[in-house]
Design a protein around this ligand. Structure first.
Ligand code: CP
Ligand code: NVA
Length: 308
């Protein structure tokens, strides 16, 4: 049994298979509906943090595939507070076929997986957001019809989203450049893990300070909030520091002319991205948000369906 906790733990081959499944399931859905390959399957969705896209896309994905999902919000089960994570994993495993969890501490999804008898999916932790990265790759693949040799420039905080994207780029053969302010770099451990995969797939990873340098020759410009969930107390300090990292018209002009702009959302318009860019001709952010549905279906099918 496999869990979906971090893209660095998956093989490039299996991730390509998930991408292919996503393309197929999207086409199948658009052609009249998905086959009920997850009939009678249930997904428990455990949330320690708020969510729109992750919650709705996973629930709708289960329903489209013939199964269902149960939402367990922060007030309901008190992960690690009302009850130990190990006991929650053991109990949920007796009721449902998979568990998706959004947590603060990444170790909490690791611990859920350790004690679960059903697959556990990371729906975002403080460290990574792999389900998002698969939707991002699907969006990139749809735009360029390939991924190999493209350059992705990530502008902003070296956070959970930046980390998953790094692993995704390494697997799918895309050069990755990140520009972030000092003190907000990608974790060193993520760079080590990614470099191993990147070297195997012949791509480069650049860690920079200057966003203008990062976007040179970029095919994809990606940004995320400067203040992730749980960091609200640092809002003012971060907003000052990250101001030079805003994705705006001046910055995107320096990228390749056929570039696309991505943002995992929710966006803080006027901070990390301006309205004219988010709503501009090169923005693919709402296609990317929709692709959460198709990518999440693919992950669920890969983990749960016997008939893929
Ligand atoms: N991008 C993303 O995960 O959105 P939510 O936080 O709304 O789920
Ligand atoms: N980095 C953001 C992503 C939200 C989807 C956060 O963790 O809040």
């Amino acid at each position: 049994m496999k869990h979906f906790l971090e893209l660095s733990e998956w093989s490039t081959k299996d991730l390509w298979h998930i991408l292919q499944l996503a393309v197929h399931l999207k086409l199948e859905w658009q052609s009249g509906g998905n086959r009920p390959v997850l009939k009678n399957k249930l997904l428990a969705m455990v949330f320690q943090k708020p969510s729109l896209r992750t919650r709705v896309s996973f629930e709708v994905a289960m329903k489209h595939l013939g199964g269902d999902a149960i939402m367990l919000g922060p007030q309901e089960i008190g992960l690690g507070k009302r009850e130990s994570i190990a006991d929650i994993a053991r109990v949920l495993s007796g009721y449902v076929d998979a568990i998706m969890a959004r947590v603060f501490d990444h170790q909490h999804v690791v611990e859920l997986a350790q004690y679960s008898r059903v697959p556990v999916i990371n729906g975002l932790s403080d460290d990574t957001h792999p389900a998002q990265a698969m939707a991002d790759i699907l969006t990139i693949f749809e735009h360029f019809a390939h991924t190999k040799g493209l350059k992705l420039a990530y502008i902003g905080d070296g956070n959970n989203v930046a980390t998953s994207l790094l692993y995704a780029c390494a697997h799918f053969g895309m050069n990755y450049a990140i520009a972030s302010p000092e003190g907000y770099d990608l974790p060193a451990s993520a760079l080590v893990k990614a470099t191993e995969i990147a070297t195997r797939n012949g791509i480069t990873v650049e860690t920079l300070r200057d966003p203008k340098v990062a976007v040179e020759n970029a095919d994809i410009i990606y940004t995320d909030t400067w203040v992730s969930m749980g960091q609200e107390g640092e809002t003012e300090q971060r907003r000052q520091l990250f101001l030079p990292y805003q994705v705006n018209a001046d910055l995107i002009e320096r990228a390749n002319s056929n570039h696309i702009v991505l943002h995992c959302l929710p966006a803080h318009r006027g901070d990390e991205i301006t309205d004219d860019v988010a709503d501009g001709p090169t923005s693919a952010i709402f296609q990317q948000a929709e692709n959460r549905l198709h990518a999440q279906k693919a992950i669920l099918v890969k983990l749960l369906a016997l008939d893929k």
